[in-house]
Write a protein that binds this ligand. Structure first.
Ligand code: CO8
Length: 261
């Protein structure tokens, strides 16, 4: 496989792509070169037919401590606005059609919290620390934090976090529904994410893609349009081979052998 400067990329189980942020000296601070590599690695998994789901994680100390402050500190408005700084950083939410599970241990601050929230499913370990500390640096969240955190935990809690810069613990993240699950150790968190990804990868890739698409639509559409969209996509799946395979196998009391078509 390809060798990266800031990532470790592997296939820990059949059908599962794993990307580990690996810039330990800077607590996985998200520099432009790191983000470019991340997009390259995720695009490669998106294109790989054998991969059904992807896990993104960091180290036990840090998922990512934010955008690289040293890279940003001298940025001018013209640099930022003119070159659309940050815009490409969240490309993954549009090009990645396969499920992404983010497994968070340690710091997930600023851009790190925003990247974690780009996951379709978020898991964390007991020492996870979430937060949007940008206010302390004289700025605000820039990669979706104000929108995704608010949708995830509600306006009042998101306002409190974003206006004070105070951290959110794993326990709070669990109680507030920011994460799907908290694990007892960092290792269990990563292993749990890989196990969930393997489970998802074992289903029809075409049905999984449709399921992700319709759930994501709930974030943008009203309930009536959303339900109509879901029904159209549901109808569409009767044109897939895997609908015949899945329902046929149930009726025949057999295990389905997915064609991913
Ligand atoms: N950028 C650059 N370097 C960083 C960052 C960062 N965000 N975070 C940590 N580092 C570096 C430190 O400078 C230090 O480097 P050195 O050894 O050369 O001095 C090294 O990582 C280790 O860090 P610390 O010594 O500070 O480690 P501690 O364990 O004492 O503290 C903390 C850990 C609390 C996480 C602390 O490092 C910290 O507060 N970091 C900054 C957190 C922060 O403010 N993050 C938000 C950044 S702003 C942002 O993300 C804007 C979002 C814009 C969109 C992003 C799109 C993805």
């Amino acid at each position: 496989g390809k060798i990266y400067d800031y990532l470790l990329v592997s296939t820990p189980k059949p059908g599962v792509g794993l990307v580990q942020l690996n810039r330990p000296k800077a607590l996985n601070a998200l520099s432009t070169p790191l983000i470019l590599e991340l997009n390259t690695a995720l695009r490669a998994f998106q294109a790989d037919q054998s991969i059904g789901a992807i896990v993104l994680t960091g180290s036990n100390k840090a998922f990512a401590a934010g955008a690289d402050i040293k890279e940003m500190k001298d940025l001018t408005f013209s640099d930022a606005y003119g070159k659309d700084f940050i815009e490409t950083w969240s490309d993954l939410v549009t090009f990645l059609k396969k499920p992404l599970i983010t497994a968070v241990n340690g710091y997930a601050l600023g851009g790190g919290c925003e990247l974690a929230m780009m996951g379709d499913i978020m898991y964390c370990g007991p020492n996870a620390v979430f937060g949007q500390p940008e206010i302390r640096l004289g700025v605000i969240p820039g990669a979706g934090g104000s929108q995704r955190l608010t949708k995830a935990i509600g306006k009042s809690r998101a306002m409190e976090a974003i206006l004070t810069g105070d951290n959110i613990s794993a326990k709070q993240a669990d109680e507030w529904g920011l994460v799907a699950k908290v694990f007892e150790t960092p290792e269990e968190c990563t292993d749990g994410a890989i196990a969930t990804a393997a489970k998802i990868a074992g289903f029809s890739h075409i049905a999984v893609k449709a399921a992700k698409e319709v759930v994501n639509k709930s974030q943008d559409l009203g309930i009536r349009e959303g339900v109509e969209f879901e029904r159209r996509v549901f109808h569409g799946l009767f044109g897939s081979k895997d609908q015949k395979i899945g329902m046929g196998a149930f009726a025949a009391k057999q295990k389905p052998e997915w064609s991913n078509e």
